[in-house]
Write a protein that binds this ligand. Sequence first.
Ligand code: SF4
Ligand code: SF4
Length: 411
Amino acid sequence: MGRLFAVEIVYRGIFQKNLAKNISRGIVLAAKHDGKTGISFGRYGDSPERNGIPAKNFAIVATDDETLQEGMAKYEPKETDISISVDDTLCKGVESWAWYGLQPINRLLKPNGTLIVTTMKGPEAVIEMCHRKDAPYRLALLTAIPSFSGLWVYKDDHTDVRILGAIAKVLPELLSLKSVEKAIKEEWHDDLKVKSAQKAFERVTTSVVSPQEGNPEKPYEFELPKWYELREGLAIPSIPKGKEIADPVSQQTGGFRPDRNPTFKKYSTRTMRPVVDFDTCVKCTLCWLQCPDSCFDVTPDGYYDANMQACCGCGVCEAVCPVANCITMVNETAFADNASQWEMWKKEKPAYKTWLQEKIQHKPERSHGFWVRGQYEKQVDQMVKDGIVDTGGEAITEKVVTDVGEASAGG
Ligand code: SF4
Ligand code: SF4
């Protein structure tokens, strides 16, 4: 029996769908040049995708057909040689469509496997977000602003080929840089993309993460009900209505916090979160009314507290708030927990102000999807100016995607 390689690409639904497809397809095409065979595919259960929802693509590669067939007999890989997170906030945990509960980003990694992350952060900050694992693994960082585009228009900032170059560095047994170069020429006919892959090969940095390192939070676990616990007729218990909240200082109770689905952790959809300046809030109710996910708890003193377990980071509250700078969307990587902002403010108002000002520094917010024609060209241009993307002076443009249905590359 030959050797089987499994790679998962964890991405944010819609915004990174084409990126994930390009990476998994590119892995198989490159591995073919090394004499291997493989298949790339999206996880069936991840469709349809809600904006920002964590989703997965896989590339399964084998040294021979028989090994590939055996590997494909599973619904999806139970372990991976490489897991790729194309958005660093996914390192806080991923929850696809409410049927797994929140899962660590490194859950499927084999001992000594490699987690590749695109990020502007250093290894310490990324490790802090990832849940602890029983076995050691390697963390490979590719310096990049996480790439978000859309289903129909693709921001071609070379993240796809840079990831391929990084894979060639961290697991040369899977594919070589030479094969990556050949696959890029064959698939994209673009020498500039070849250069980007070569640079990523040189620049990717790797460190070893020991079992004691990382987020100590216990990841979500659930037990399926036993047969004798199943009830007749009603299979899904409804969610209770909710209740009043206690003020952390006066202990006065009041307001209303709706009970929420205890299983589906919507916050793993979030790449930004709102922070609220309660000192300037005029209690107009608009954020509470307009939040599409009913995230705001009504506090006993009449404020509105965005519940961070429930918020998916859409930014509607910031857009509707009539008071300038009262709600600000901030990059999710700036936060280590989902604590209540209102409780923090009630307990220590000057400290909250300092905290708020520090967090607001973590703008600029992330780009979510396609707003205007030419937007991605401008963004990539800015990244070139900032030295994040090195094109050697040549222009990169946004591309209209015409093959969104194409998700597999057989070998
Ligand atoms: S960003 Fe604001 S409006 Fe959107 S889900 Fe979160 S609290 Fe609600
Ligand atoms: S929209 Fe702004 S001002 Fe109105 S209640 Fe919400 S935070 Fe306060």
